[in-house]
Design a protein around this ligand. Structure first.
Ligand code: ADP
Length: 319
């Protein structure tokens, strides 16, 4: 392996830059040339390639977003699109690729590997929703962003004795809601994985007020219902005034936490190591303190299991 490429694809996540840096530096350290591919798979199709050197990833370890930009490419899902991408890679003599992204991006990486381009996936998504890895780059930063916001909301919630619904990202995954909910001591955590009864939610809020709680915080993953509808229902049932905060894209940005930078550095370096060893169609993951490797093919067949133990603990601690 003499020359590889690196791209970021799908939704951006804090820590992607630290992963790019690790890929570039680890490659150059091992005598492998690296090309940065701009705007994900669309950049592969358009040959939007830039040769990376040690300095091109300087001063980015602490930055959110991705210096390579990211995109969603419908064209890459077509045979013509992927053929163009492969031709460009071959023209540049790029034999292997590190794809930093989510499960959609890994499907693209798998398609490339089937057509003779060595491809290794590095999980980068704030949702932490990829199976066979306990962690995805960006999750810790996103959770901390939510927790910081809830700290501030608590101050005003207490002062006015109000019920706040904080809507967080996660259309299909309640991980941000769960972890941020536990860390911020939310009274209710509503996630798409677990059906809930709005009457029970209201009962819990009222019980809290009866025993002297000054406020109530509900963390709602966007896939678990529309926050304004939930707020309206709670008002109808309890008569309480509710306030809605939709955190939105704030959760994607910001400087990555130390944990995200370290995970990104470890995972990015491992991806290069695998390419050098001649591996392909693998994802770098994390389990029980170790970096682990899984076949990309397996990823699409499974959904990540929801942490019920933590969910139940959250319910106990918020009585
Ligand atoms: P994420 O990687 O964050 O899950 P997406 O699901 O939007 O984000 O996927 C990112 C990109 O990966 C898509 O825009 C597309 O270019 C590529 N991709 C997704 N699925 C496939 C597939 N089945 N075949 C080829 N490319 C795919």
């Amino acid at each position: 392996m003499k020359r590889i490429g690196v791209l970021t694809s799908g939704g951006d996540a804090p820590g992607m830059n630290a992963a790019i840096r690790a890929v570039v530096r680890h490659s150059i350290f091992n005598g492998v040339e690296v090309y940065g591919i701009k705007k994900g798979y669309q950049g592969l199709i358009n040959a939007d390639f830039v040769k990376m050197d040690l300095g091109s990833v300087g001063d980015i370890i602490h930055r959110g977003g991705t210096i390579l930009r990211t995109a969603r490419s419908e064209e890459f899902k077509t045979e013509e699109g992927i053929a163009k991408a492969i031709k460009n890679l071959k023209d540049y003599g790029i034999e292997g690729l590190v794809v930093i992204g989510g499960d959609g991006s890994f499907r693209g990486a798998y398609e490339l590997s089937k057509r003779g381009i060595a491809a290794i996936g590095v999980p980068g998504t704030i949702d932490n929703d990829i199976p066979y890895t306990e962690y995805t780059i960006g999750f810790d930063t996103a959770v901390n962003t939510v927790v910081e916001a809830v700290n501030k909301i608590r101050d005003t919630a207490t002062s006015h004795e109000r019920t706040f619904i904080v809507e967080v990202m996660g259309r299909e995954s309640g991980n941000i809601a769960l972890y941020a909910g536990v860390a911020s001591g939310a009274e209710n955590i509503l996630v798409p994985e677990i059906p809930y009864d709005i009457n029970e939610v209201c009962k819990k809020i009222m019980n809290g007020y009866k025993r002297g709680k000054l406020h109530s915080i509900i963390i709602l993953a966007e896939g678990a219902g529309h926050s304004f509808d939930v707020g309206k229902k709670i008002h109808e049932i309890t008569g309480l005034e509710t306030r809605i905060i939709v955190l939105g894209h704030v959760q994607r940005g910001g400087t990555p936490t130390a944990f995200d930078r370290i995970m990104a550095s470890r995972m990015g370096a491992k991806a290069v190591e695998l390419l050098i060893k001649g591996e392909t169609a693998k994802m770098v993951g994390y389990s029980r303190g170790e970096i682990v490797i899984t076949d990309l093919e397996k990823i699409k067949e499974k959904k990540k299991t929801f942490n019920m133990e933590l969910y139940e603990l959250a319910n106990i601690l918020s009585i």
